[in-house]
Design a protein around this ligand. Sequence first.
Ligand SMILES: Cc1ncc(C[n+]2csc(CCOP(=O)(O)OP(=O)(O)O)c2C)c(N)n1
Length: 374
Amino acid sequence: MSDLLRIIGNGADVPDQPIPEGLGDKDLVAIYRWLVLLRAYDERSVALQRQGRIGTYALYWGEEATQAGTLYALEETDWIFPSYRQNSIGILRGVPPSVILAWWRGYGGDVGFYDTRHFRTGPICVPIGTHLPHAVGTSWAAKLRGERTASLAWFGDGATSEGDFHEAMNFASVFKTATIFFCTNNQWAISTPVSRQMATKTVAEKALAYAMPAVRVDGFDPIACWKATKDAADRGREGGGPTLIEAFCYRIGAHGTADDPRLYRDEAETEPWKAWEPLSRMASFLDRLGVLDESGAEKIKAEAKQTIAEAVTEMEAIETPGLEVIFDNVYAKDRPWMFIEGLEELRSVGQRELVKPLNAGAPADDTEIPEEGV
Ligand SMILES: Cc1ncc(C[n+]2csc(CCOP(=O)(O)OP(=O)(O)O)c2C)c(N)n1
């Protein structure tokens, strides 16, 4: 990993690098707080899925640095476009966590979705790579309007095999939009290893074909993610065009709660990567710097757990939406005739009675939750 931008060492043979200009002690603690909140949300969501209280869930254990460090480098006016892997990034921009949990519970509509314009956060994108052209369009629009707005889209190594990735990269480089392509290379696309995904050694070198600058960072290092994103956003706003960031890391957990990685990889492979995971690494870094000690870190963790526990209560207090939620919000206004017919048909076959309400038979809230959500 020698060509990677890395700031935080391991407290042993890999030394810390100087903290980049622009980050003070308060910022470092704020980034740690975000990492912890994301982790608390993720671990709790895995437990909720196991208990049948939300549906299938895409966990991101270990990938918090690529989200918290990265987002911290952006301005509030910048747009972000998450994939399912960054599903809860909106909570760092003020979206109530209960709303994202309700989304995973299948609610959608007004109670399980957020106002994308207000939070400048695109919808949680499940189709691979389709949000990349959206990110380019947003920063292109900003450029045409003379606004200094950047946009950033997260995606995985697998997404680089999609046409949308190449179209978006090409368009952004030709029109010099302030777009940041943030690829979290966790080396797996469900069961496809990166060696079967691409013949290139890195994701970063794909930028060459688009005359675009690229940088590789340690994806478990929130400060390296911050630095790469900050440089890319600043350059983009000055008219310097897009950047491809490859955050190299490893998918320590399963692809999602419906996946069992033991079927296609040797789980022993994940062990060495765990030592680099961002939360304990950032906590030790802050301790070494004398910025936050163990008790301070524990307090932040307790607060995050409390925030998410309250969000679960709020989510479960939401009344289950009616069947119309399946058909609403597809078009800006009104339902087309086939949606009206579809809804009537669904109602007439009595589907509603066939669907077991999610809260029926849900275990008590004090069911034990695993320490690590993987
Ligand atoms: C267009 C499209 N094709 C296939 C899928 C099924 N699918 C869901 S996740 C996934 C793997 C994506 O891997 P990667 O881009 O590396 O992201 P990661 O899941 O590792 O974050 C696939 C193929 C999909 N959601 N959308």
